[in-house]
Write a protein that binds this ligand. Structure first.
Ligand code: C2E
Ligand code: CA
Ligand code: CA
Ligand code: CA
Length: 278
């Protein structure tokens, strides 16, 4: 009996130690990656009902020297837990602003908006508002081209601070969208108080919108809700033409998903825009 529990104890200890070792290795790898500029931003096109590209969501990838392209699912949570998300998020915003600046006098590109995912921890930084305003100023970009994606998890925490910060940025033209809408716990009263310009219907509802009656109802309701509140509604994770048609028929005005275009490197996105909007 005692022997068995001793063995179990050491097995557990070993698991814990390896886990911690792997975690701190990931941590130092991520710090090195930031220094050595191994992160890249992929652009996923967002189209309107007339099939014109109106913008892109920027999705981070890690170009790992050995492992190849690593998706955010493998490091964003970790970066959020260790605080590395702060410098990483700053890097994403810098890149975005520089790209907007670069496009500002190119007719085909100057109306393209770029949407950036903002993590909770990043948004909660006391200097967040000042930092965004400084970024816009420094790069001389039109604030309207910059869209910040927030998730509902942020809302449940501190509505007061959240609204104050959002309003301060909206006053300068920055736009906000609510990401993964429908998966969190935001109430309608929250929704009414926040200066949001866009709702993003979560992919989980889009994927079975044609086969699951509940998803269909949720999708219809969210579209109607967004419309009645004067917000743009965008569907994410659109994979089939039938889904796109259903969404468009029900008043959804923007679309993002593999059907329209996968997340792609900048050069491919530029070609994509030329093909669709020229
Ligand atoms: P998200 O913001 O919900 O991004 C959408 C995810 O769905 C992306 O995964 C995208 O590649 C994927 N996707 C888009 N269209 C389709 C589709 O038609 N079908 C399917 N099956 N998937 C689709 P990705 O790039 O792996 O990003 C995962 C998450 O990582 C994002 O979810 C976002 O929460 C986070 N993330 C990505 N980039 C950043 C970043 O720069 N900062 C922060 N804080 N988070 C980021
Ligand atoms: Ca997003
Ligand atoms: Ca999303
Ligand atoms: Ca999501």
């Amino acid at each position: 009996q005692g022997g068995v529990s001793m063995v179990l104890f050491f097995v557990l200890l070993h698991i814990l130690q390896t886990d911690t070792a792997e975690r701190s290795e990931l941590d130092s790898d991520l710090r090195a990656a930031l220094r050595e500029r191994q992160f890249v931003l992929y652009y996923q096109p967002q189209l309107n009902a007339a099939n014109r590209v109106i913008g892109a969501e920027l999705l981070i990838r890690w170009q790992h020297p050995q492992r190849g392209l690593v998706g955010p699912g493998e490091f964003i949570d970790h970066a959020e837990n260790t605080g590395l998300i702060i410098p990483l998020g700053q890097w994403v915003l810098e890149q975005t602003a520089a790209q907007l600046r670069h496009w500002s006098d190119e007719p085909l590109f100057r109306d393209i908006g770029l949407a950036v995912n903002i993590s909770q921890k990043q948004f909660r930084q006391p200097g967040f508002v000042a930092e965004i305003l400084a970024l816009i100023e420094r790069h001389g970009i039109a604030a309207q081209r910059l869209e910040l994606e927030l998730t509902e998890t942020l809302i449940v925490h501190d509505m007061e601070d959240l609204t104050r910060k959002m309003n301060a940025l909206v006053e300068h033209g920055v736009r906000f969208s609510l990401d993964d809408f429908g998966t969190g716990f935001s109430s309608l009263s929250h929704l009414k108080r926040l200066p949001l310009s866009k709702l993003k219907i979560d992919r989980s509802f889009i994927c079975d919108v044609l086969t699951d009656a509940n998803s269909e109802t949720i999708v219809r309701t969210v579209i109607a809700l967004g419309q009645s509140m004067g917000m743009t509604v965008i569907a994410e994770g659109v994979e089939t033409e039938a889904q796109r048609r259903f969404l468009a028929d029900n008043g959804c005005s923007q679309f993002q998903g593999y059907l329209l275009g996968r997340p792609m490197p900048l050069a491919d996105f530029c070609t994509f825009v030329q093909r669709h909007n020229a």
